[in-house]
Design a binder for this molecule. Structure first.
Ligand code: CTP
Ligand code: MG
Length: 173
């Protein structure tokens, strides 16, 4: 049971890294280009907002992929292909962008919380990208999925609060 949980967490780790890397990375390089270049959607609000940058996107995909490739080289069998960490990372970033797009359409300013979407959008897209490419992973069943959702939500809240304490983020969520 515990071993299975560890395997699943290793599997999804590229998505976690991809999601977390921009927060630290964009600070370190100290420059950021909003992906929507300030453009607005039909509702007059930003398409994505200043929180979604090209640097953050590239950093997320790179860090998630690298983390997964390191795991893949030490523990073969976690991923079905060396391409899977990349798919999980791209999926995570796509989910993050989708989340911001939805938040802006709902009228939420950049950085405002959207409970559920903030914590789980990236997870859903990461899993979907991997499933579309490689099929459902063999460990995937309803109970495991619920467990993964719960663990991800708790970890997301915990790590974001930590980033807030470390002054990496302006809000604790
Ligand atoms: N970030 C980035 N580029 C991305 C994703 C994140 O630069 N593609 C950085 C931004 O500095 C962002 C921070 O990581 O502020 C935290 O990400 P997130 O919480 O997803 O963004 P928010 O600022 O909360 O914006 P939104 O309301 O759109 O989610
Ligand atoms: Mg946020």
């Amino acid at each position: 049971m515990l071993e299975k949980l560890a395997q699943i967490l290793l599997f999804i780790l590229p998505a976690y890294c991809a999601n977390g890397a921009p927060v630290v990375g964009v600070r370190l390089i100290g420059r950021s280009t909003p992906l929507d270049r300030g453009a607005r959607a039909w509702d007059g609000r930003r398409i994505l907002g200043d929180g979604k940058t090209l640097e953050g996107l590239l950093m997320g995909v790179a860090m998630g992929t690298i983390a997964g490739l390191i795991i893949h080289s030490f523990i073969p069998g976690i991923y079905r292909s060396s391409l899977e960490p990349f798919m999980l990372s791209v999926g995570a970033m796509a989910g993050d962008l989708f989340g911001s797009f939805v938040k802006r359409r709902l009228g939420l300013e950049r950085g405002r919380p959207a409970p559920g979407l903030d914590q789980l959008g990236f997870l859903a897209f990461a899993l979907l990208f991997s499933i579309f490419t490689f099929g459902p992973p063999r460990w995937l069943d309803a109970l495991t999925l619920i467990l993964l959702v719960a663990v991800t939500a708790i970890l997301h809240i915990g790590t974001n609060y930590l980033a807030y304490l470390l002054k990496l983020k302006a809000e604790p969520y």
